[in-house]
Design a protein around this ligand. Sequence first.
Ligand code: ADP
Ligand code: ZN
Length: 746
Amino acid sequence: MSNNLDANSMSQSELTETPLNHATQLLNKVFGFAQFRESQQAIIENVLGQKNTLAIMPTGGGKSLCYQIPALVFDGLSVCISPLISLMQDQVRQLVELDIPACMLNSTLSTDEYQANVQAISQGDIKLLFLAPETALQMSVLNLLQAANVNCLAIDEAHCISEWGHEFRPEYRQLGQLIERIPQAVIIALTATATPRVREDIKRQLAIANESEFIASFDRPNLFIEVNLKDNPYGQSKAFIDNHKGQSGIIYCLSRASVDELTAKLQADGYSALPYHAGLQSKKRAEYQDKFVRDDVDIIVATIAFGMGINKPDVRYVIHYDLPKNIEGYYQQIGRAGRDGLDADCLLLFSYGDTGKSRYFIDQMVNEQEKRLASMHLNQMLALAETEDCRRIPLLSYFGEPHVPQSCVKCDNCLNENQEKSDLTVPAQKFLSCVHRTGQRFGAGYVVDVLRGSNAEKVLQNQHNLLSTYNIGNEFSKKQWMTLSRQLIQKGLLQQDEQFGGLKLTAKAGDVLKGSAPFYALLQQQSTAASKSSHSPATIDFNSDLFAILKTQRKHLADQAGVPPYAIFPDKSLQEMAHYLPQSSMSLLKIHGVGQAKFTKYGEQFIKMIADFCVLNSLAEVTNNASGASTSTKTSTIALSAKSKEIASLFDQGYSVLALAQQNKVKHNTVYGHLHKFASLGYKFEHPERLIEAMNLAPELLNKGLTTFAELGTERLKPVFDALNEQVSYEQLHLLRVFYLQGLSA
Ligand code: ADP
Ligand code: ZN
């Protein structure tokens, strides 16, 4: 058995011609992608089965394909409603590059262009039509669509339909008028943000059954998340940017003034940077955004006003120069990095000074409700900044995701193994006991006042100066106690009342209070400079000289065609070319993102450039027999850290996972993470049989497991765990995945 079993290989589609096979063929041939991402396949199948569908996926999750592929499978027209003209333009540009007949109708077109598009639609020459909701509701457009053969209606940014959403658009609400005219069309609603209430609203209004709601994981495994204490923000940012030379990045600041100031500094230091904020003229804004999209400038320094209207897939980093207001915004902003699935880095600069400022502003708020909400948001951000566990835990649990990865290897904490936590059992007991004695009604600030023997009027009025926990906490500063309290909340020992902020003990607190469980935490956030050094800057597994040559040619072609470079080829395509050095049509077609249209347009010249380069440098083509899942792992841009190498080598020599975890003072999952990284980057164990021994699985299960990885991919363990009916433990699956990635048969 080989691990090259690829559920999506074209040969499979020759077996039976089902709509799904057809879809997969289109994915390969038109888009040049090897396989569907998790949930894309289920969503597309549902739409092809004529069922109205709701697709919830994070930014960069791959929503567009979910309606673009059905649009190609159906024989008539598909309509996509989208709220922003810039996004529509971008989509149309990319589709036209793929030779897919797509167009839009809106006020930016000249009368002639508009008429030409109307005619093409009436003649059935268009597969995908993009419309703003207000255009879709115009009588002439309604009539046009009623007469056309509309198979599918895609509603992008579908949360705009709900009054409960944060971007309610009344015209979205009126789309019923359009739906009445095209009752035969299957509907697919797509969004990246939707609370349960908004989801219910979307489903009710668009007649979507519960079974047709698909929620993809919000985890974006290619984003490296890092938080650094902000002591020298400009220097820290420069160092970070220097590690990403020539790549596209966004720096978010809270105020327009700081955007201008930072841009000027960067420019003076020779960086390619432009500002973006609502205070700039809209013409300037559009110009700067366009320069960024076209790779004419590397860095955009921006307020949160930037990002909504852009779809640039190759943003390689996002820096938060200031603390974002809430997790949702933070996640949306970092989500703009690495949409192409390649590695991207996210750095949050965090200072207690900023937190103090935010607290001050919150205190000034008059509306009690708003004040509580802002304070809750700030606390959630702090939980993310201060946690010493995986950063993905506070992030993903914010989105209600139950299956938080145990160790992601893609955040500073998971990578920074050697942080020594201190035993804080006694201070934790003091704090919990004080919460208890003050009646579980007060917020952290008040509890700390009591612990530190404050003479505040409120404390004296409540006679809390008489409690046994009064004035027993002078060993810590107020700030340290506040940090401890957040960690107690974070670890589920305390619960915070969302409305009033009061703290309550949970059952878990009982164990610590009774002394039957210890409490370990980090009180003093270490400077994360240490974690930076352990996160090696992206070193590259492809020929960077050739990559640079291909990039220059791409930019040249893009400027000629008036499209952004990514519309010609995404970075991943060029990286794969610079890795496999394809010099024949066959091998070029195996490259990610090379479908038939791109091949016809650009294939010959790219093959020639690669061949010339190979002759000049005496290089030979690298066999690319891995179609599908393994292609992506071959071209990962993150180098193997010394730690991963060391752990893998010790494992190879016979150390157990348990022993390695204890030796390195890390969790088992961290060890598995290192082994996984080692294997996924194509490194080989000398003694792979060690993996089999450690797994201790019956041969049938082992084989079944390998086939399941071949079918479902190796990105997540949960689907494989489920598919194997929970017969193989996660520990075993971790090892099995590593074994699978070694490309060995059992
Ligand atoms: P979203 O709209 O959800 O933010 P997009 O549809 O823009 O995401 O997709 C993000 C990126 O991922 C795009 O560059 C797209 O080409 C790429 N992509 C989507 N699906 C796949 C796939 N199955 N294989 C490879 N790349 C994909
Ligand atoms: Zn992590």
